[in-house]
Write a protein that binds this ligand. Structure first.
Ligand SMILES: [Zn+2]
Length: 331
């Protein structure tokens, strides 16, 4: 070997040694990341918090069922008491040899509804996700009262049909809406009871018996379904009544969603000490007057085949929106 060849060889070895001993300065600033599960008062939601003492640049991608959140240049992660469910949550680590950056990626599968919040310094990120996909009402107990439809206590011959305008009978419409509503709410995971399931049935509980039934079940939510009537032609659209302030926001969501979906005028959510609402202990209790049997415009709507279905869908959507928005009240 010639002397110049040896010199080049030694020089190359030295360069290699320097490269190995003094790696890219960027990679030495990689950060620790803490991942923890934070309690939420809503047992169908989980909250994951990613935090660090340093800025946390991240990338988030999600499609219908999966969210992927990647943190670049993370040195190590510390997982704190995460009781995550099953294999729907996993973490992968990727090292990019070119940039010498490592990244951690969190995959959350089958959690379609997610919400990410970050503090302004990017040191903390919260991800909310749903434990039971698409079943936002899981664990909720709901009693639906299809208004009217009971026989008089003593004679058992006088039936209470509610309002009757032409061939429209309130008790029948209330029952139809309630049966559809029960089906839709159960589909979203709720446990649903009806105070009656039939028309013209002598067994149908009367008002006081219904109150006893509701107070015995002690549901999370109580909804009494009615159709309105006025001595005047012009009042139309939906009114919702509540007794306790705890029911106001739910009443708002139900009124607006129902008005939108069933194409009705949204009127007001009113505080009114109605007998039904006063007699039960459930605070989230609403009496819904869907529309006016006495209004020509609303009457047109009642004649459409799918109107009771649209009313049930609107009320369901109101409940769904209400529970989705609970995120924003939680810390
Ligand atoms: Zn009524």
């Amino acid at each position: 070997m010639k002397r110049w060849q040896l010199s080049i060889g030694i020089a190359l070895c030295l360069i290699l040694f320097v490269l190995i001993s003094f790696p890219n300065k960027e990679s030495q600033t990689s950060l620790p990341l803490v991942v923890e599960q934070v309690e939420t008062p809503l047992d169908h939601f989980h909250k994951l918090r990613f935090s660090s003492d340093f800025l946390l640049p991240y990338q988030i991608n999600y499609d219908e069922n999966t969210v992927t959140i990647s943190f670049q240049n993370i040195h190590h992660i510390q997982m704190q008491d995460i009781e995550l469910l099953d294999d729907t949550f996993f973490v992968s680590n990727y090292f990019d040899p070119q940039s010498r950056e490592s990244s951690f990626t969190f995959h959350l599968e089958n959690y379609p509804y997610m919400y990410l919040s970050s503090d302004p310094t990017y040191r903390k990120h919260d991800i909310f996700f749903q434990k039971y996909p698409y079943r936002i009402l899981f664990g909720k107990i709901i009693v639906i009262d299809p208004g009217h439809g009971a026989f008089d206590e003593k004679t058992l011959s006088i039936y209470d049909p509610g309002s009757i305008v032409g061939d429209l009978v309130e008790s029948e419409i209330n029952l139809e809406v309630s049966l559809l509503l029960k089906m839709m709410l159960e589909d979203r995971g709720a446990k649903v009871y009806l105070t009656r399931e039939r028309e013209h049935c002598t067994e149908n509980p009367r008002l006081l018996q219904r109150f006893e039934m509701v107070n015995f079940i002690n549901p999370d939510i109580f909804l009494s379904i009615h159709q309105n009537e006025s001595e005047y032609d012009y009042p139309n659209g939906i009114f919702v009544y509540h007794e306790h302030k705890e029911a106001f926001l739910l009443g708002q969501e139900i009124m607006h969603q129902t008005a939108k979906i069933a194409d009705l005028k949204p009127n007001h959510v009113l505080n009114d000490p109605l007998l039904t609402l006063k007699s039960i202990s459930t605070k989230k209790a609403l009496l819904i007057e869907c529309a006016f049997l006495s209004n020509p415009m609303d009457r047109e709507r009642y004649r459409q085949n799918d109107f009771t279905w649209l009313l049930a869908k609107g009320i369901t959507q109101g409940l769904v929106k209400y529970f989705e928005n609970q995120y924003f009240y939680v810390e």
